[in-house]
Design a protein around this ligand. Structure first.
Ligand SMILES: NC(=O)c1ccc[n+]([C@@H]2O[C@H](COP(=O)([O-])OP(=O)(O)OC[C@H]3O[C@@H](n4cnc5c(N)ncnc54)[C@H](O)[C@@H]3O)[C@@H](O)[C@H]2O)c1
Length: 320
């Protein structure tokens, strides 16, 4: 891949920071935009930038992607030829507390970026989408051709909307865009609102955990390094238009993940079994054969290896 100027939005976030690191190491000029919002402890975002990107060359802007004026200046100054759009209001459950954050960051933020990408003639866009667009699917594993018009959370509705808006920009302005539907991404520097993080924290602090769906949920846990591989490949291949699943292709029972957290921490977790939360799907399970075919992407990391790596990072970072 030739040397590119790549704008990474959400570059202080979990996935964005890992992607930025890999891109810088590959020799690209990386420009990061992140607003360091307090959805979860911003000190973790600061620490990702300070630690993961330590001694690496990059440019950082602390801006909101919805701020068209500020974003136009950034596009104008750096003239990125590729856009790697990871910024979003993530999380399914938080939408009941702050629905407008989803409309603002996901819808208006994405629209602002697409509009600037068109104006500044960006040559390729890779956008983060989500397995949540499948809702409670009629069958598993889910394929990109499956129905995605019944989102069961506002988060999913905004992520699917972003794909639709992206298609219209591809169609109207010939912008090459790949939307990647990530499946439950986890690993070192992961998000505190996600289950592996909170279960590890509880195990180390000797606290009980809430297990929703009475422990009968399953997730297609996909390790961060595999996701980063997929994002890099999507940027390299730069398909004219694609929506691709990036998932390991395994529906792991939640209880199995909990067992692995117990093994890796050496602690027993006291479990409180509760009903499903609104917006949660029972299962995620990807058919990722299209990503394999179009990007030669293949995930490699087993769940036990990934959980052990996460727990090792957690202990080191929090001095546990
Ligand atoms: N982690 C997962 O399992 C998962 C699964 C499916 C999809 N995704 C998607 O992947 C992307 C990255 O997710 P993540 O897990 O790294 O989440 P994250 O919250 O760690 O990262 C998102 C980053 O974007 C920033 N951000 C949010 N709104 C912004 C705005 N308006 N302007 C500027 N910056 C803003 C946040 O400060 C944060 O640093 C998101 O688009 C998310 O929807 C993640």
């Amino acid at each position: 891949m030739q040397k590119n100027v790549i704008l990474v939005t959400g570059g202080a976030g979990f996935i964005g920071c890992h992607v930025a690191k890999r891109l810088i190491e590959l020799g690209h000029d990386v420009v990061i935009v992140d607003n360091f919002n307090p959805y979860y402890d911003p000190s973790l975002k600061e620490a990702r930038i300070a630690t993961l990107l330590k001694d690496l060359p990059f440019t950082l802007y602390r801006n909101d992607i919805q701020d068209e004026h500020a974003m136009r200046k950034i596009f104008d100054r750096h003239k990125p030829n590729l856009l790697c759009h990871q910024a979003a209001q993530a999380g399914v459950r938080y939408a009941t507390q702050d629905p407008f954050a989803y409309g603002q960051s996901n819808l208006m933020g994405t629209l602002t970026l697409l509009e600037l990408a068109r104006e500044f003639q960006v040559q390729g866009i890779v956008m983060a989408s989500s397995s949540s667009v499948y809702g409670d699917a009629a069958h598993y594993p889910v394929k990109e051709t499956d129905v995605t018009d019944q989102p069961i959370s506002l988060y999913a509705a905004t992520k699917r909307s972003c794909e639709l808006i992206a298609y219209s920009y591809h169609h109207l302005y010939n912008l090459p865009i790949t939307c990647l539907r990530y499946f439950t991404v986890y690993g070192p520097w992961g998000r505190p609102d996600m289950a592996i993080f909170s279960f590890t924290k509880a195990a180390i602090e000797g606290k009980p955990i809430n297990v929703y769906g009475q422990g009968e949920m399953a997730r297609d846990f996909t390790y961060i390094d595999d996701i980063v591989d997929g994002v890099i490949k999507a940027l390299q291949v730069n398909l004219p238009w694609a929506v691709l699943n990036l998932g390991r292709g395994n529906a792991e029972p939640l209880m199995h993940m909990i067992q692995l957290v117990e093994q890796a921490t050496g602690e027993h977790l006291e479990k409180r079994f509760l009903d499903m939360q609104p917006g949660d799907v029972k299962q995620t399970f990807a058919d990722a054969s299209l990503a394999k075919e179009r990007l030669s992407w293949e995930p490699h990391t087993r769940l036990d290896e990934g959980v052990a790596a996460f727990v090792a990072w957690y202990k080191k970072y929090y001095g546990a």
